[in-house]
Ligand binder design. Structure first.
Ligand SMILES: [Zn+2]
Ligand SMILES: [Zn+2]
Length: 315
């Protein structure tokens, strides 16, 4: 009798465990089942950092609005993660349609996928140049990358592949704070964020007719989100674990506290910015889990809706 009553409990535990793992893979810790947004939304193509975690591609987000994908940053793995999203039903992320990217800053973890984004969709017959918006220095970076592939481009255009001569090109717009792009689907507004010794780093606010999404890029704690988000639908913000930070060597503590934002700091920022949903990305765990990061944010006083993003999460 006693044995019999314990079996269902064990089964229940296994089922609950299974549900929890499923939820983590899908959207995030503690969020449970979250309805997929119907209109404008963000697809997390990479939530990683310079740490080469095979589960997390380099930082890159696609904002999908009006059937078109607007990319933010180009971490390593971006084109393959876009292909994975396309297979999962995000038709706007077809490789040949990847043609516009907004860079937050020029750190290598955010830009090491640029040559992939410049060339792979073209090899697959994208027939228009990649448009790149980014802070000063973006043009020099893209010019060098394009020059590095001169021989590849010559062989593909002049050889038997007969590749088109437009799709490998880049059209660079160096930007500062303010409205940097507008079409029928979105208005994109850049705002300055403090990222250590970088002379300019920006976050982006995407305004569509149905939703407004804000992406922090890499940033130290900033009150820029008071106005950049100001009750926006989704705030995608970087974060590191406040608790595990104390275990880091002093040199790295100095770096992280200058260049990045802790969960304690983000709780204050998000409380003031009032997003309908706060999404943690570019997370630095140092052994913490997604659940730990959420618990730290909660303990620091943030009462709003929050998830810790995984690659291919949709918000
Ligand atoms: Zn970074
Ligand atoms: Zn950075």
């Amino acid at each position: 009798m006693r044995h019999g009553s314990r079996l269902p409990a064990a089964l229940l535990m296994i089922l609950l465990q299974g549900c929890r793992i499923g939820a983590n893979e899908d959207t995030a810790a503690t969020a449970g089942k979250r309805a997929r947004p119907a209109g404008t939304h963000a697809v997390m193509l990479g939530t990683g950092t310079p740490n080469a975690d095979p589960e997390r591609s380099g930082p890159a987000v696609a904002v999908v609005a009006g059937g078109h994908a607007y990319l933010v940053d180009a971490g390593p793995g971006i084109v393959r993660r876009a292909a994975a999203a396309e297979r999962a039903g995000e038709v706007a992320l077809a490789q040949t349609d990847l043609n516009i990217v907004f860079l937050t800053h020029l750190h290598s973890d955010h830009t090491a996928g640029l040559s992939d984004l410049m060339l792979t969709p073209w090899v697959l017959e994208r027939d228009r140049p990649l448009r790149v918006y980014g802070p000063p220095g973006t043009k020099a970076m893209l010019d060098h990358l394009h020059a590095a592939y001169e021989e590849d481009i010559r062989i593909r255009t002049e050889g038997l592949e007969q590749a088109n001569d437009q799709g490998h090109g880049v059209e660079v717009h160096e930007i500062g704070p303010g409205t940097v792009y507008e079409d029928d689907n979105v208005r994109v507004i850049a705002f300055a964020v403090p990222h250590g010794s970088w002379p300019m780093a920006v976050g982006y606010r995407f305004e569509a007719s149905d939703r407004t999404l804000v992406i922090s890029g890499d940033t130290g704690p900033s009150d820029a989100f008071d106005t950049a988000c100001n009750g926006c639908d989704v705030l995608i913000h970087e974060a590191y674990s406040s608790r595990r930070f104390r275990t880091r060597p002093e040199r790295w503590q100095r770096y992280h506290s200058s260049f990045h934002t802790s969960t304690d700091e983000l709780a204050v920022i998000a409380t003031r910015a009032r997003p309908a949903l706060l999404v943690l990305y570019h997370q630095l765990y140092w052994g913490a889990t997604d659940e730990d990061l959420i618990a730290e944010i909660r303990a620091a006083g943030y009462a709003g809706d929050v998830v810790s993003a995984r690659d291919l999460g949709v918000y």
